[in-house]
Write a protein that binds this ligand. Structure first.
Ligand SMILES: NC(=O)c1ccc[n+]([C@@H]2O[C@H](COP(=O)([O-])OP(=O)(O)OC[C@H]3O[C@@H](n4cnc5c(N)ncnc54)[C@H](OP(=O)(O)O)[C@@H]3O)[C@@H](O)[C@H]2O)c1
Length: 275
């Protein structure tokens, strides 16, 4: 397990990558290398990038059954989340998270610019009084189905086609953001929203940040279609980082999706080549 010890210099370097310029940094210790391997793929502007992040307990819960999700992550887990927000163009949540938590989705625990706030609100049930609509922060984009009730307010509404399952296609969501110049995206939750992106194979990295707390019951951070056998479970390449109060599992879902896309015959040829 690698330790994450961020220095001011290194953080400024990562923020400069996010802006498309490169502020040189003198790399010193091994710890710098772990910061770079965790955050550089998020900050780098070389290609569109989708990060999902879940802050959960030891027993895989993100909230109590009544919806209290305030202090699941420890203070270093919160700093990690705010770093991720500061390194992307846009942060996405489902409207369920807005209803439950009323988040502001801004960057407060570290220096850096807050991302554009995107709420997937397929059926137009975003609360009028949501904090993010009134805090004077970064713009809010509501993504709604074409047939959702029309409503005006302090936000831009983007209409997307409703799919046969009743929802919005994650691909359409990313395309709509890309058209607005938002190429790097953090999908912050909740489970419903993240799971749709994971199911669509559109997540490059999934950060599961685990805090040493046992909640015992309550919702999980990801809910995928049920499988019968563990051989069908997703097994991404994972790097593990010690943040301090929390441990983060950095799962490379893109590499896993690419492996899945290769036919079994081709995999056999590759294995034979490697032998
Ligand atoms: N610890 C963490 O990391 C973390 C982070 C965020 C949230 N949370 C917790 O997660 C819970 C909320 O999660 P959740 O799974 O219930 O809700 P959610 O994912 O925040 O929101 C789900 C709702 O968003 C809309 N939605 C999302 N993606 C959509 C898509 N592709 N197409 C159409 N509609 C889409 C749907 O709204 P409609 O039903 O209106 O169609 C859906 O019911 C809260 O308890 C919150 O505290 C935890």
């Amino acid at each position: 397990m690698q330790s994450v010890n961020m220095t001011e210099d290194l953080w400024e370097h990562l923020l400069s990558l996010r802006e498309g310029s490169v502020r040189p940094v003198a790399l010193s210790a091994e710890t710098d290398a772990s910061c770079l391997s965790l955050y550089k793929p998020v900050a780098s502007r070389s290609a569109p990038f989708v990060l999902a992040q879940v802050g959960q307990s030891l027993d895989g819960r993100v909230a109590t059954p009544s919806g209290d999700a305030q202090d699941v992550s420890g203070c270093d887990g919160i700093v990690h989340l705010h770093r991720c927000r500061a390194l992307v163009d846009a942060v996405i949540v489902g409207v369920g998270t807005v209803v439950a938590d009323d988040p502001s989705l801004s960057v407060r625990a570290v220096s850096g610019k807050s991302p554009i706030r995107v709420v997937v609100d397929c059926n137009g049930r975003m609360p009028e009084r949501a904090k993010m609509l009134h805090d004077g922060g970064m713009p809010v984009l509501l993504l709604q189905a074409e047939d959702a009730p029309t409503r005006s307010g302090r936000h831009e509404i983007v209409r997307l086609p409703r799919q046969t399952d009743g929802g919005l296609a994650p691909r359409d969501i990313l395309d709509a953001l890309a058209e607005r110049g938002l190429a790097t995206v953090l999908v912050e939750g909740g489970a419903n929203t993240i799971s749709r992106f994971v199911d669509a194979d559109l997540i490059d990295r999934l950060h599961v940040s685990v805090a040493p707390i046992i909640i015992g019951s309550g919702p999980a951070g990801i809910r995928l279609s049920p499988i019968d056998r563990l051989s069908e479970a997703r097994r991404p390449e994972v790097q593990v980082y010690n943040l301090g109060t929390d441990i983060v599992f950095d799962c490379n879902l893109r590499a896993e999706a690419q492996r899945k896309a290769i036919s079994p015959e081709r995999q056999n040829v590759l294995m034979a080549d490697m032998a």
